[in-house]
Design a protein around this ligand. Sequence first.
Ligand code: ZN
Length: 153
Amino acid sequence: MTDTSALYQELILDHNRRPRNFRVLPDATVEERGINPLCGDELTLFLRMDDDRIVDASFQGSGCAISRASASVMTTLVKGKTRAEADAMVEQFRGMATGRAATDDDLPSPLRAFSGVARLPQRVKCAVLAWHTLHAALRIESSEMREREGSQR
Ligand code: ZN
């Protein structure tokens, strides 16, 4: 194991032991559940959106170390991002984790910690679960906002 992969391993272990933003977000504007039946990972993602920007993000749930660490890292990185920026990050992460794209040097380093899962097919779904859920949550949020604007309440 190289020093770099040991460091990355440490980052994943740390986020698993002390997940960041591991709580319910009482003023969330969107809430989305994600499940990876292959491993039994479950999570609920909470986002608070202000127009097009994610102002807060948190998650709850249970799952393996990879799924928890991935959700934890994700919530720290998407705060303050616009919908488009968050979507771009989802694509980058998926590309890397599934081995479709080379690991991007522009990718924030905590995300690069997960590049090794591309070699572990049974862990890929664990790593991308939070990102799939984010992708779905961003879709829901925009359709709900359109509905709310359409109604007079
Ligand atoms: Zn898992």
